[in-house]
Design a protein around this ligand. Structure first.
Ligand code: PMP
Length: 403
């Protein structure tokens, strides 16, 4: 078997396990969001999307669209270089200042995505000392795991959000080593929230630095929308905050905020930062406009929270197996990959509703689910319609809320 035959073989196995991903051919419509166009078999239909991470509908807002129009007239489209070779525009500089202020940190550093921000930052920091231990929450995102694996630090995985286990691991490590604890605030698939203050206090007891991924929380929580650490009043306890511009901010890109000299070091050595064309200036312009707005406007967050609470309540009232999320993420447990895929297909093809099936390896086997992310533009009527469609589907499949 040659290499390409092996690829085909592995692909066949993914299909047999119901893990093969088919991307719906969608087009976002700024003025009609969350309705998208769906291109299929030569036809175009309107679909109602329930799984976008443009959580606050900022992506199509007049504010951001106008910011892009203005910037594109100034700068054209691409950045034209890496950050070091002509790719640092004034828009990048302003955005980094905006991000540092948002998280009350000395500085911030932009990356081409949240994924790269985690991978490049963690792999760099975790190779900086020859004697280092990293303690990583079991549910951390793939981008953190990749960064941690690339680093040279000894790896310790603590049970999800389990302070006792983290303490045991910290106590067992070399007291002289450099240490980092890496974890998230809002966990994207279950919607539960990291115990930020307790984890930071414990980490600092052992002189460990704290690295927090707030990708699903920035824009969404706190009086200025800076995330859960801001909401909980513990920004100063988190040494490094990683975030994305691609979800609630509504644009694209990632960043790390923290002490200026640490970011200066990452900027100077991380291949994932150095050797890639920087974000387009129009992207930086739109992200800065979005953050300036979200710092002072709580309206979008409040409306999103209201609709998320309504959706959870409507699912629970209808006896649907809604998982116990503490955040704006609303997962319905299906527990079987083929059924999750079948539900998603039937919603799309029979009802023009789009919500992706979340299967292994994104979540553990046996916990396959549909993950709903309502926005301020999802109405009460849309929620009612959704429940009316889901109830017979789940009933037919014999899936009900667990006692
Ligand atoms: N961290 C977490 C927890 C995520 O869920 C994601 C992406 N879904 C990322 C990082 C990567 O962010 P981005 O999409 O900006 O690459």
């Amino acid at each position: 078997m040659n290499l390409f035959d092996i690829c085909q073989d592995k692909l066949n196995r993914i299909k047999a396990e119901d893990r093969y991903r088919v991307f719906a051919d969608l087009e976002k419509q700024a003025d009609k969001y969350p309705y998208y166009k769906h291109y299929r078999d030569g036809r175009v239909e309107q679909v109602l999307v329930w799984c976008s991470n443009d959580y606050l509908a900022m992506g199509g807002s007049d504010l951001l669209v106008n910011a892009v129009h203005e910037a594109v007239d100034q700068t054209g489209v691409g950045a034209g270089g890496t950050r070091n070779i002509s790719g640092t525009s004034h828009y990048h500089v302003e955005l980094e200042a905006e991000l540092a202020d948002w998280h009350r940190k000395e500085a911030a550093l932009l990356f081409t995505s949240g994924y790269i921000a985690n991978e490049a930052s963690l792999s760099t920091l975790l190779s900086a000392s020859p004697n280092m231990d990293v303690f990583s929450d079991q549910k951390n995102h793939a981008s953190m795991i990749q960064g941690i694996r690339k680093g040279t630090a000894r790896r310790h995985i603590f049970r999800h959000n389990d302070l006792e286990h983290l303490r045991e691991l910290l106590e067992a490590a070399d007291p002289e080593s450099h240490k980092m604890v890496a974890f998230e605030s809002v966990y994207s698939m279950d919607g539960d929230i990291g115990k930020i203050e307790e984890i930071c206090d414990l980490a600092h007891e052992f002189n460990a630095i704290t690295y927090l991924d707030e990708v699903h929380a920035v824009g969404m929580y706190g009086p200025r929308g800076a995330g859960i650490a801001e909401r909980d009043g513990v920004l100063d306890k988190v040494d490094l905050i990683e975030g994305t511009l691609g979800k609630a901010v509504g644009v694209h890109g990632g960043y790390l905020a923290g002490p200026a000299h640490v970011l200066d070091y990452i900027r100077s050595v991380a291949p994932g930062f150095i050797f890639t064309t920087s974000l387009p200036p129009i992207t930086a312009a739109a992200a800065a406009a979005s953050i300036r707005h979200l710092k002072v406007s709580g309206q979008e967050r409040a409306m999103q929270q209201r609709q998320a609470a309504r959706l959870k309540q409507a699912f629970a009232d209808a006896g649907l197996p809604v998982m116990p999320s503490e955040s704006h993420i609303v997962p319905l447990l299906v527990g079987d990959p083929a059924k999750a895929r079948d539900f998603s297909n039937r919603l799309l093809y029979d009802h023009n509703i789009y919500v992706t099936a979340i299967n292994y390896p994104t979540v553990d086997k046996g916990t396959e689910r549909l993950r709903f992310t309502p926005t301020p533009r999802h109405t009460d009527a849309m929620i009612e319609d959704l429940v009316d469609i889901l109830v017979p589907m789940f009933n037919e499949a014999g899936i009900r809320k667990r006692a």
